[in-house]
Design a protein around this ligand. Structure first.
Ligand code: SAM
Length: 280
């Protein structure tokens, strides 16, 4: 089943959180000259048109990136992410949203490499088109979970792995843990960033419990909720689980999250938290 299309959701509050964390990790990895790999298991189309029927139908970006990108008091932690958003909107109007591969492509250096995987028959050619002139990138059509075995460890022994499945299949909640566990066996020093939606809190609790059971240490959790938990339909919050986070990430996210929460949810509903699932 491949009915999920990210174009309906691009630039929403969950993307803002995910791509802020992604950008900060990339910037930390760039502090050393040595190259690194950016592996994106569920890469999407790369670029999303915000004036498209899909984006306009949900209007999710209006409560997401549209609230953030032109704020005058933009915190320094958002600078790398927003520079990637500006790079695809040079006219100054918000017409496009860069997905995780484009954000990485914008921030990575010539010596770094990108491995991007997308399964959807419509999104894969769009993604391939975005990177056809970028010698740093390899774009694969396939199952992203398999790449956690096939592409790890990277030759450079440094890297960020972004795992961002649609969770349209209930098995995704187990597959992410299995995939991380497989990847970690091969590449225990890598940074792993897993995105999750909070639709039913119990599902996330079970996923986190399974992650704890793997024995992996240094697991941080960052969450931004736009509403309180609910048993009704719909996503109330989203989060990023980061394994081996760069040392600055906790402080950076603790500092920027209150601003993001206030800007994305001026009514003050929900919560924004940084915590450790498993410490050192
Ligand atoms: N990471 C992207 C970003 O931040 O811009 C968004 C990705 S979107 C949430 C999830 C993507 O995973 C969709 O484009 C979907 O087609 C794709 N997908 C679904 N199952 C997959 C699988 N098993 N392997 C790779 N991609 C898959």
């Amino acid at each position: 089943m491949l009915s999920y299309r990210h174009s309906f959701h691009a630039g929403n509050h969950a993307d803002v959180l995910k791509h802020t964390v992604q950008s900060l990790i990339i910037e930390s990895l760039k502090e050393k000259e040595k190259p690194f790999l950016y592996l994106d298991t569920h890469a999407g189309a790369g670029r999303y048109q915000l004036a498209s029927p899909q984006a306009e139908r949900t209007g999710e970006y209006l409560d997401g990136i549209a609230r953030v990108w032109q704020q005058e008091d933009l915190p320094a932690e958002l600078a790398p992410y927003i520079s990637a958003v500006r790079a695809v909107n040079r006219s100054g109007q918000l017409r496009y949203y860069p997905g995780s591969p484009l954000i990485a492509g914008h921030l990575l250096r010539p010596q770094d490499t990108l491995q991007l995987t997308e399964l959807h028959p419509s999104d894969y050619p769009l993604l391939r088109g975005e990177f056809q002139k970028d010698a740093r990138a390899t774009v694969t059509r396939g199952d992203g979970f398999i790449q956690l075995k096939a592409k790890l460890p990277p030759v450079s022994r440094r890297g960020l792995v972004l795992i961002d499945p649609p969770y349209e299949m209930k098995t995704d909640y187990q597959d992410v843990v299995k995939g991380i566990s497989e990847g970690y066996k091969r590449f225990a020093t890598g940074v792993y960033a897993l995105w999750y939606p909070v639709v039913l809190r119990q599902q996330i609790k079970r996923m986190i419990h399974a992650l704890e059971e793997t024995g992996i240490r240094r697991i941080m959790q960052i969450e931004l909720a736009v509403r309180p938990d609910s048993d009704q339909r719909g996503m109330t919050a989203s989060g990023m689980i980061v394994i081996n986070p760069p040392w600055k990430l906790e402080q950076q996210m603790t500092s920027v999250l209150p601003w993001l929460h206030k800007t994305l949810v001026p009514e003050g509903y929900g919560h924004a938290t940084v915590s450790w699932i498993v410490p050192e």
